[in-house]
Design a protein around this ligand. Structure first.
Ligand SMILES: [Cu+2]
Length: 141
């Protein structure tokens, strides 16, 4: 009885272990990925408070209606930091896009996301949601 049951268990055990470790590996990989994402977010938030001296910081919130403010000014040709916070679940503001510099960022709800870029020397820098429904501009001074 014992021998019979153990011999029926043993052949399947390595397979089970292999499957288990494969799943564990995937689990570890996923955990590592989300950890990296978390650390990445925290780094972003930290960076937010460490903008280079003299860098203009513009705080923008996104709700279901649009960007607030939808228009701001920053020195032309100079670095600028946008700190964008989506304040509503509404998916429209989920993606923040600055087409002229190829920036596309996901905005988690109520988590400020710092976006560093350089202003054009003149004119405007346009930003918008991923669907180009809500828009805003930074005017170069
Ligand atoms: Cu949209």
């Amino acid at each position: 009885m014992n021998i019979g049951s153990s011999s029926s268990v043993v052949p399947s055990a390595p397979k089970a272990v292999t499957r288990w470790s494969a799943m564990t590996a995937i689990g570890v990989a996923l955990a590592a990925t989300s950890l990296v994402a978390l650390v990445g977010c925290k780094k972003g938030e930290k960076a937010e408070t460490q903008a280079a001296v003299g860098t203009k910081e513009i705080r923008i919130t996104v709700d279901a209606v649009g960007y607030h403010p939808a228009e701001a000014r920053a020195p032309g040709g100079k670095p600028v930091r946008l700190v964008v916070t989506r304040t509503v679940e509404d998916a429209c503001g989920e993606e923040f896009v600055v087409p002229s510099v190829g920036i596309k960022k996901k905005l988690p709800v109520n988590e400020p996301v710092a976006i560093d870029l350089t202003m054009p020397t003149s004119g405007k820098l346009a930003f918008m949601c991923g669907m180009d429904m809500m828009r805003g501009t930074i005017i170069a001074d």
